[in-house]
Design a protein around this ligand. Structure first.
Ligand code: NAI
Ligand code: AKG
Length: 446
């Protein structure tokens, strides 16, 4: 790390004790910024690094709700409004028992640079709760969402902060959250949330966008080596929104996707994942991944221990959660001859895994670039809401494709410009940071 950045990094760690994921996300960005501060010492004078690591606002609140038996539960809600240099805070809400301030801050920090890379006018934020939606009825989910929004509504708005989904928050939850916002404020403010249903302000392609975009980004990386998805053996982790549409897109391009997973284990299907069956189990029945193998008539295996990264494959798309791919997994993937890794999830690879991929010259697309298609399409949803319009699937998908190509090219060109050709991590961090830093300096000491 550049010597001028070390004391700033140490101060950030000391100021945010125990927030390991946030520290990891800061380190990953700071590791890339040495050449930037060498070229632009004025950013150090303006304390841009210190400022970008300190959220503009952090909101923590109580979320009381009752279950179907009438028992009272208390959860903790979060919204971290990290940076509004480029536009209103924008980023998803995560409902998962592991959520605490350090997770929300790592996600919000990543979101600043990701959103900058999209070229859309959106700042960075993230939120969520330690609520566990697993096994809860629709009525319980609705009561929880209503209680969550009863506090959140006063902090968000079309021009202020625009939440969306993330782990545990999909179309159903966005519906309940939107309904409660509308009820409390008496405003039909479509642009206050994204990921809405298609008949009430949602955008076509938003559901598919993160998974599709991740594959589009990987395709661009493969193209630099004269390769494509056609004929590749693809490993996907997760079986949620991002994973499902990454599988769909990779299959449409002629790849065989042989794995999917959830927190209980993973399945290997050598003939290729049968997407309709996976969607039925995961999207409709909200069941476990083992059922996929049971209903595949002996063609797929369920494995409870280990991970999808133990399976041989040529392209890896981690689409589940943070730190799911560590150094030992990276070694296995490299040993099996993996060509490309594109992160559909946020920070799924550890620092050591990223280093091993780089040493082995594996194409590596970091999440803040590779999974930016989701938030970019959210910004397209906001654009449609602002003009009271709705676009066709084809037009929206074409816009997404242009955005993903442009993110790829700007990462590749920035890495080249700073003397690190092929290093998409450095390219993404520097390109995203420079855009935000420029706006922060222009807007004065705020
Ligand atoms: N939904 C979106 O538009 C975007 C999501 N992401 C990221 O993509 C990742 C997946 O999110 P979604 O698909 O939206 O969520 P989801 O709730 O639809 O699915 C989450 C998936 O991750 C798996 N998972 C969660 N914790 C796990 C664990 N400890 N071990 C193994 N698997 C685990 C779940 O079983 C499920 O398959 C997250 O990292 C999220 O931050 C990134 C950009 C946008
Ligand atoms: O669509 C959005 O606003 C949020 C997407 C998101 O949470 C992410 O990019 O990680």
């Amino acid at each position: 790390m550049h010597e001028d950045l070390i004391p700033i990094r140490q101060a950030v760690l000391a100021r945010n004790p125990g927030e390991d994921e946030f520290h990891q996300a800061v380190d990953e960005v700071f590791e890339s910024l040495g050449p930037v501060v060498a070229r632009h010492p004025e950013l150090l004078d303006a304390a841009v690094l210190e400022r970008v690591c300190e959220p503009e606002r952090q909101i923590i609140f109580r979320v009381p709700w009752t279950d179907d038996q009438g028992n009272v539960h208390i959860n903790r809600g979060f919204r971290v409004e990290f940076n509004s240099a480029l536009g209103p805070y924008k980023g998803g809400l995560r409902f998962h028992p592991s959520v605490y301030l350090g997770i929300v801050k790592f996600l919000g920090f990543e979101q600043i640079f990701k959103n900058a890379l999209t070229g859309m006018p959106i700042g960075g934020g993230k939120g969520g709760s330690d609520f566990n939606p697993s096994g809860r009825s629709d009525a319980e989910i609705m009561r929880f969402c209503q209680s969550f929004m009863t506090e959140l509504y006063r902090h968000i708005g079309e021009y202020t902060d625009v939440p969306a989904g993330d782990i545990g928050v999909g179309g159903r939850e966005i519906g309940y959250l939107f309904g409660q916002y509308k009820r409390i404020t008496n405003r039909y403010e479509s642009g206050v949330l994204t990921g809405k249903g298609l008949t009430w302000g949602g955008s076509l392609v938003r559901t598919e966008a993160t998974g599709f975009g991740t594959v589009m980004f990987a395709e661009e990386m493969l193209r630099t080596r004269g390769q494509s998805f056609d004929g590749q053996t693809v490993l996907v982790s997760g079986s949620g929104n991002v994973a499902i549409y990454a599988i769909a897109r990779a299959q449409a391009l002629g790849a065989t996707v042989v794995t999917a997973s959830d927190s209980s284990g993973y399945v290997v299907d050598p003939d290729g994942i049968e997407l309709d069956l996976l969607r039925e189990i995961k999207e409709v029945e909200r069941g476990r991944i083992a059922e996929y193998a049971e209903r595949r008539g002996g063609r797929a295996r369920f494995i409870a221990k280990g991970s999808v990264w133990d399976v041989p494959g040529t392209v890896a798309l981690p689409c589940a959660t943070q730190n799911e791919l560590d150094g030992s997994h990276a070694k296995k993937l490299v040993g099996h001859g993996v060509l490309a890794v594109a992160e559909g999830a946020n920070m799924p690879s550890t620092g050591e895994a990223i280093r091993l991929f780089r040493e082995a010259d594996v194409l590596f697309g970091p999440g803040k670039a590779a999974n930016a298609g989701g938030v970019a399409t959210s910004a397209l949803e906001m654009q449609q809401n602002a003009s009271r319009d709705s676009w066709t699937f084809e037009y929206t998908e074409e816009r997404l494709e242009q955005i993903m190509r442009s993110i790829h090219d700007s990462c590749a060109e920035t890495a080249e410009d700073y003397g690190m050709p092929g290093n998409y991590v450095a390219g993404a961090n520097i390109a995203g940071f420079m855009k935000v830093a420029g706006a922060m300096v222009a807007q004065g000491l705020i």
